[in-house]
Design a binder for this molecule. Sequence first.
Ligand code: APR
Length: 252
Amino acid sequence: MSDDALFQAAEALSRAHYAVALTGAGISVESGIPAFRGAQGLWNRYDPAQYAHISAFMDHPGKVWKMLGELYGIMKRAQPNAAHIALAELEEMGLLKAVVTQNVDGLHQRAGSKRVIEFHGNGETLVCLSCGRSFRVEEVSLDELPPRCPCSGILKPNVVFFGESIPPEALSEAFEEARRCDLMLVVGTSAQVYPAAELPYKVAREGGTIIEVNLEETGLTHDLTTLFLKGRATDLLPRLVDLVKAEGQAFT
Ligand code: APR
């Protein structure tokens, strides 16, 4: 990818009035959390119809928890990476107003991002399907699966499974951010899952700029992406921040 594209992205970001990031699993890959699609994708090993749909969870909670237990083991060790930190820095600099994330790993908040909209919920809490009580995952033993509430109800991660609706507050907040946004930084998402993937289309329809950071092209790239930055988020986002910092005053 040419440095020119990166420079143009830094210029666009510096001039934006209301930039928002949309992130997907790709931003956390270098924290050790597998993405869902692509060569090493989780869905190559677990059929999402049998492991990621709410009806699969309700019918076979123990089986789905085997996958969830593996993911929790990875998430427990995961640390925010340079890409998460770069987005937090852009927010600190006043250049990024919010992060809408499809991820449930909490790494944006741990990197220092303040305004994070969790479109698919957050894996750090579990909810009892019988009595509704919620627990932080570290309070719960995952030795026996599925984990159960003291009331003996089955515990479910507070994340959105296929077949479930997006938490209403996250949905309305994310679309409000997209309405206000004149530049969306789309990082590490295949943009295949709706309604999250609708957000960049909404921004582009209103004439907003779409900057895409991804290892490979997606359905957005030739449809509506203004600037495609091909590469790893942990490489490109810190370089973008450095360029904005170094040239910041030159763009305005
Ligand atoms: N840097 C940048 N992009 C990366 C990197 C990286 N280091 N590694 C992978 N990617 C890109 C891949 O090229 C891919 O386009 O990240 C994207 C990951 O896509 P998915 O695995 O489909 O993840 P995501 O788009 O977040 O999935 C959306 O699908 O299964 C559901 O609920 C799940 O939230 C998830 C939703």
